[in-house]
Design a protein around this ligand. Sequence first.
Ligand SMILES: CC(C)(COP(=O)(O)OP(=O)(O)OC[C@H]1O[C@@H](n2cnc3c(N)ncnc32)[C@H](O)[C@@H]1OP(=O)(O)O)[C@@H](O)C(=O)NCCC(=O)NCCS
Length: 188
Amino acid sequence: MNPIERIFTTILTVMFGLFGAIVRGILGAPATAVRKLTAPLSIDRARTPEIIDLRHQVLRQGRPRASAHFEGDNEDATRHWAVRQSGQIIGIATVLGRPFPQGDGPRWQLRGMAVHPEHQGRGVGKALLSAIEVEVGEPMWCNARTSAASFYERQGWQRRGETFDIPDVGPHIRMIRDPQAGAIDVQG
Ligand SMILES: CC(C)(COP(=O)(O)OP(=O)(O)OC[C@H]1O[C@@H](n2cnc3c(N)ncnc32)[C@H](O)[C@@H]1OP(=O)(O)O)[C@@H](O)C(=O)NCCC(=O)NCCS
């Protein structure tokens, strides 16, 4: 092979290599995205340090990381759950032993329910909440963001009382989930 043929062959090899890399990139990106969305989910208990990143990202965005720690996170009675997919935590929630603030009511408070923004609207929150309800096996209450109240209502939770503001977080409504109870007085 003379020098001109060698240069020509080298240029062709580089061009084919680049073309192959571009095609693999174009075809590979959607495949990776599909794998990411369809990989199996698991829902299990988690430790406090595991859930803080997602809690901070979704529920305390733009605020100091310390604001993502809740009082009672490390109490013996407190339970954290995580939805995991391909080793990544994509959903979280916590249940603390805290009595319903308005007289008789559930003794377990649901807090810190959050799904990673890329995975919202795919049933992750619903699956997580259902799993928690089964595992807790008792009535629960929560201070729901008004923007998420309908999500809880779809799972059978009921509003109690008026909306109120939590500083730096926004408007909330107290809600109760009691599978044994019939209609609850929404003015209560
Ligand atoms: C609210 C949140 C936990 C719901 O989780 P999700 O995985 O996105 O919800 P799902 O896909 O499981 O939705 C279940 C059902 O609730 C509905 N839904 C979900 N979010 C909703 C919302 N904010 N308002 C009204 N309906 C909602 C869905 O349309 C779906 O309805 P369907 O069963 O009729 O199809 C999640 O969107 C989130 O983390 N949001 C930001 C943080 C937040 O608001 N957390 C709650 C703090 S109280």
